[in-house]
Ligand binder design. Structure first.
Ligand code: TRP
Length: 448
């Protein structure tokens, strides 16, 4: 089965070496895996929350797109697009806004930090806070939910946004009585070290300690590396690799053997100047071919534009029908259709006191559904179906089975068999489980 992995890159600023090693390189490596269906996009609507400098936004979009492509992103494999090319995202964002509790947004770390800062300065709590900043988590939820992403690789600072996206999705699903959205999971790359910057603290634009990736060419790269802060040990004196930013940076670009050799050389007294030269050569060997591609891409912005538009078309092939279904479900339908759809929805599902089915797409495996008890316990997971209609038909059939549904024990589960085929399994075996499944099916049958 394929996992849909989706992440956004806010288009303010220019990628530095830390962004490359910490986010871009691992994301592109993951996108090459056969079991990953990757969606990477330029979060340029989010960028507007942080910057109203049009030239900066424009420049950053171009540089970030060129960086990802130069770093090896294959646009035939990855769905690579701009948020602002997908009208379904702001459309969904509004629908989600209408089910999102204001109190949830009051608790967002970024908003709270802005308020705390204002209060400390004796200002009005909301001074300088735009509604855009306040709504940031909802827009981000729309980015993710419009595509039913399973996994969202982000930095630790984004964990709360992912929790909010799940919250909002669940609330929407609950209100409209159906599982419209996959609940996304946050993915924190634990083993990817954050690179230290020039002063040994985490490399970050906000500390002004970054090493450029492409900007300024080999010369700027070398100059930055020569400015990395070291201790005052002279050549010949043994150095401590583990407390040296140089060594951490070196390892991020070296194989095991190179890393071990560099370590041994430092312990042996390699001078800092010579160590920096070796670090520069290692990184330059890695970066030079990428830089060449980057420069070629930047020189042809129309090609990047075409790639992003193609990506948007691929993305919209998913988002457009999804939003159409959502519009229909929430009552924004063609006039004549209204009555038919309304009667299709069982009144009890809305009350939340009945067992219910939840359909979802299980990557390449196909369409499945779960049956949940009235109290929310998972009772059944269906086999995958290539055709969502077949999955729907089976749900209809289960609704009529009632309490004597044919269930038999199979290992540590109960299997529901129809026409000689196993069509669904319970999460556990046992008589208690059997009783609960039968009860739920009986309740469903009684509803119809
Ligand atoms: N907020 C993210 C960040 O600052 C960027 C982002 C916007 C994003 N939309 C997203 C990340 C959707 C993942 C999924 O890093």
């Amino acid at each position: 089965m394929q996992t849909r992995v989706l992440t956004g890159i806010t288009t303010t600023g220019t990628p530095h070496l830390g962004n490359y090693a910490g986010a871009i390189r691992p994301a592109i490596a993951a996108s090459r895996r056969a079991d990953v269906d990757a969606f990477f996009f330029l979060a340029d609507y989010h960028a507007l929350i942080k910057s109203d400098d049009a030239a900066r936004i424009e420049r950053s979009r171009l540089e970030i797109a060129a960086t990802w492509l130069a770093a090896g992103l294959d646009p035939t494999r990855v769905t690579f697009y701009r948020q602002s090319d997908i009208p379904e995202i702001p459309e969904l964002s509004w629908f989600l806004t209408c089910v999102t509790a204001k109190g949830l947004l009051n608790r967002a770390h970024a908003y709270k930090a802005a308020v705390d800062k204002n209060l400390e300065a004796g200002e009005d709590a909301d001074a300088g806070v735009t509604a855009g900043l306040y709504m940031y988590p909802v827009l981000m939820a729309a980015d993710i939910l419009a595509f039913d992403a399973h996994k969202v690789p982000v930095g630790r600072d984004q964990i709360q946004h992912l929790e909010m996206a799940r919250d909002i999705a669940q609330r929407f699903n609950h209100i409209y009585g159906r599982d419209f959205f996959v609940l996304p999971e946050v993915q924190i790359e634990e083993q990817v070290a954050t690179l230290p910057g020039l002063d040994g603290r985490k490399m970050s634009k906000s500390y002004d300690n970054t090493i450029p990736l492409f900007a300024g060419g080999a010369k700027a790269l070398r100059e930055a590396i020569m400015r990395i802060v070291t201790d005052s040990r002279a050549p010949g004196e043994p150095k401590d690799p583990d407390s040296s930013a140089l060594y951490t940076l070196y390892r991020a670009f070296a194989d095991e053997a190179q890393g071990a050799a560099f370590r041994a050389a430092l312990v042996d007294g390699l001078g800092w100047g010579e160590a920096k030269q070796q670090l520069f050569e290692l990184i330059e060997a890695h970066v030079a071919p990428l830089r060449e591609r980057y420069d070629a891409l930047i020189a042809k912005p129309a090609e990047i534009e075409a790639i992003l538009r193609e990506g948007a078309a691929k993305a919209r092939a998913i988002a457009t029908p999804k939003l159409a279904a959502i519009r229909n479900a929430i009552g924004l339908r063609a006039m004549g259709q209204a009555a038919a759809v309304q009667t299709a929805k069982p009144a009890a599902a809305k009350a939340g006191k009945a067992p219910r089915f939840a359909s979802f797409r299980d990557g390449a495996a196909g369409f499945r559904f779960r049956l949940f008890a009235a109290n929310g316990e998972e009772l059944l997971l269906s086999m995958p179906f290539a055709d969502p209609k077949a999955a729907g038909a089976l749900q209809q059939r289960l609704r009529t089975l009632g309490g004597d549904a044919p269930l038999r024990e199979d290992g540590d589960a109960l299997v529901l068999e129809l026409d000689g085929a196993a069509v669904a399994r319970t999460p556990q075996a046992g008589d208690a489980m059997l009783g609960r499944v039968r009860e739920a099916l009986a309740q469903l049958a009684a509803q119809d």
